[in-house]
Design a protein around this ligand. Sequence first.
Ligand SMILES: Nc1ncnc2c1ncn2[C@@H]1O[C@H](COP(=O)(O)OP(=O)(O)OP(=O)(O)O)[C@@H](O)[C@H]1O
Length: 558
Amino acid sequence: MSDPATSAAAGRDGTGDDRDAVATRNHPAAARGDPLVSVRDLRTYYDERTVLSRSPPVKAVDGVSLDLFEGETLGLVGESGCGKTTFGRTLVGLEDATGGTVEVEGRDVTDGGDADWQRRVGMVFQDPDESLNDRQTVGQIVREPLEAQGWPRLSVAVEGVPEATVSGSGPVVGGRVERGVGATADAGSSTGTADAQTVTGDPEDGPDLTVSLGRGTPEVSVRERLPLTADDVTVSVDRGERPTVSVRVEKSVAELRRDRAEELLARVGLSEEHVRRYPHQFSGGQRQRVGIARALALEPDFLVLDEPVSALDVSVQARIINLLEEIQDDLGLTYLFIAHDLSVVRHIADRVAVMYLGNVVELGPTESVFDDPRHPYTLSLLSAIPGSGSPWDGERVTLRGTPPSPRDPPSGCPFATRCPAKIRPDDPDLPEDTWRALDELRVVFRTRARSEDSVVERARALVGLPVDAEAIDDAVADLFGDGDLPPAVAPVVDEAVALAKGGDDRAAADRLREAFGSRCDDEAPDAYATGDGDRESRCLRCEDDYRGVAETVADRER
Ligand SMILES: Nc1ncnc2c1ncn2[C@@H]1O[C@H](COP(=O)(O)OP(=O)(O)OP(=O)(O)O)[C@@H](O)[C@H]1O
């Protein structure tokens, strides 16, 4: 796997020209305040049951709890299908949560219907080809969210009087403006002037327009980042006990949207002339820039970046990552950065969450997790990156088999069926190879139990004939070889094999679990605090009684 950060730092032509190099990341998010987003026990299941199909739901996200802090980048990594995209989509309201909560600054937004949150989140998708409509110009694509949300609705604050009525035309939100909590002077006091008022409209990021009423001509100031200047705004005042302030914006809504789209395209490194072009006229990197501009349209606070550079060439990846970092620094955004490429995540993320089968199994500051993984799944992912710098100096840890189906996850630790550091029971005392073979045989029975039998197999089972007996014998021979099984093992394996040949694979798996199962098969681990308390790992090996993950895996892999 190539490392875009390293490749780019060397310069495209290998001269060391670092124009495209990714700058070193050092985020202040480590000094965390209150979370922006708090996720608790979030579950998102895809239930496709119909009258004809009774398969259980896909538990794509199955009990995730974590916080996202303002201004940080949280990397989310894990194998394909572990639920990363579904998690991101649920946070932005594109999927309905089955259970649990998503809170933003303490407000429950789980049901996706919170209009304020809808404006404050954006998503950048992996494949710009699929996410951009080829029949729209780039200008239309970027304007689309503005149109959908009725942007702009300009809020107005009036300074210098305790109360005022604002009447507006076009995009100005009118209404009554009262002295707000932020007022520094009491209207009834001898000084008699209030300095600040609550704002009509949506004051989330402060007022868009501020009108200062003194004795002379009213003064107007415009919030930064709006495609407006004070010259575009005309104000007239009807003075009285409560003045009426009429605010008129001289640009039309359509003009404001066009200007905003141009500004956004400039922000992502495209130019005015690109507005009228179509996505197919751009390179992959440029199309992703368009996707980013669109995600920024409504001035979000939080972006879900779903594999934003995976579909791009390595040199282009570095430039897009630089752009995302610049934008984050300028606008103070919070990112959830979904990726399967750990080198990219190591570079961009302040903290990393490792996901497996719908669960976050490890979470912590990126460097700390990379230097000292405390979950065996994280260890196995890191062992696959050459030169990852992690203290793991052994061979790549190859996991057995494939992840269990999210329709039928294991009942204990979700990783137990593949874990290279699985806790072994004290009794019986068996060699590691035998434990591993027993675990794998259980996986064989579980997989068979899950898969749809062919019509012939079902018919054979119905009339009591052995089911696919040869395949079962082959599996046992492959796993245990030709030698004799240890006395503590042989009778149980024979029993399980007989159950499977009788057509009951689930009972066969259960028999092995009953005789040789460990805590990991029965207990879904809680999140244990590790590191300096700023990390967590869902692995029972975090308990004091057990050897550490890396030591155990090193021993077993030897
Ligand atoms: N709309 C859907 N309907 C049914 N199942 C779905 C749907 N979307 C995703 N899934 C399933 O949910 C599980 C999690 O998928 P998801 O795309 O969230 O994983 P991922 O980690 O993002 O994978 P990838 O890296 O391949 O995108 C997978 O088993 C997937 O097949």
